[in-house]
Design a protein around this ligand. Sequence first.
Ligand code: SF4
Length: 385
Amino acid sequence: MAGIGCHGMTTWMPTRNTQTITHMGGEGANWIGQAGFATEKHVFQNLGDGTYTHSGLLAIRAVAASGVNITYKILYNDAVAMTGGQSAESGFTVPQIASQMAAEGAKRVVIVSDEPDKYPDMSLFPRGVTTHDRKDLDLVQRELRDISGLTILIYDQTCAAEKRRRRKRGLFPDPQKRAFINDAVCEGCGDCSVKSNCVSVKPLETELGRKRVIDQSSCNKDFSCVEGFCPSFVTVHGGGLRKVSKSSVSAQDPFGGLPMPAVRPLYEPYNMLMTGIGGTGVITVGALLGMAAHLEGKGCSVLDFTGLAQKNGGVMTHVRIAPAPEDIAAVRIAAGGADLLLGFDIVGAASPVALARIEQGVTRAVINTSMTPTAAFVTDGNIDF
Ligand code: SF4
């Protein structure tokens, strides 16, 4: 069962058999009522460490008191990942959470991790707690499934997106290793996407059909894509990515010879809709335009829709600029009301919600025609963007 957090996205993946979602802090409590009427004898409940700290602990207490058969999978990913990687408020460690769970009456507590040896001193944990490699996750789950009452699996692995960010800031160890796919060998079977479930495995369109490429800028160096025993993979140890030299960029400046455009007089609100995905700069450009309008003494509103931006999801920003603040009565651009559509990502620009805001003969559009695969490519390698 799902709850509030990135893991809730699994409810959109039919192959995962993850069902129902609750409000934050209700995770698993619905099973107290359902268990007596269901043919299933046991369920797994996902719960992030941020939600655990916020209020999920209380749901676990209620479930423990009820006596239903349930295993909480507490994802200790070391960040409130969905909203930008903030720290979970309590700063609880894995041994502390394990101790809390034992005190709440858990029948068994296990730790599963990508680094199973990271706790050499098990005296930090309550008696009976064991650690396991993530390769054994399925085996461990099968064992917990057959234990009556409350059981706890703490999955200890730093959020992949957060690892990548911290590495860029020099705050996390950066393995001197990179994975590449030799497209001359790749047959495009898609097994690397299945093995890794990773959005950095991207399509590479060739005259011999769709193959795969690893996006080096978004790769979080988890290397689970390599686990499929595919001869296409090449790992480079100790090398680095070639940097584009600044001189070659300025020599090819595509905007170098353009004249300054005529500034359009502003008599009424001018409406700009921007669409993209997380990381394409939609929020940044909206903020820059908004601040620029503010500094010029104009009226301005900026409305951001970020949703799942942290996980390559869609982002949309409505920017309205008017002669004076009182000229703007609503911050959302109405249907057919966009004067300009800036499409940072073509899939987002062509989405029904964006198209509903454009009007023939009114809206002008500037679209980035580069195809960025959607997250659906992970589960459907033949998807037609
Ligand atoms: S597993 Fe990935 S890299 Fe290997 S052949 Fe299949 S698609 Fe290509």
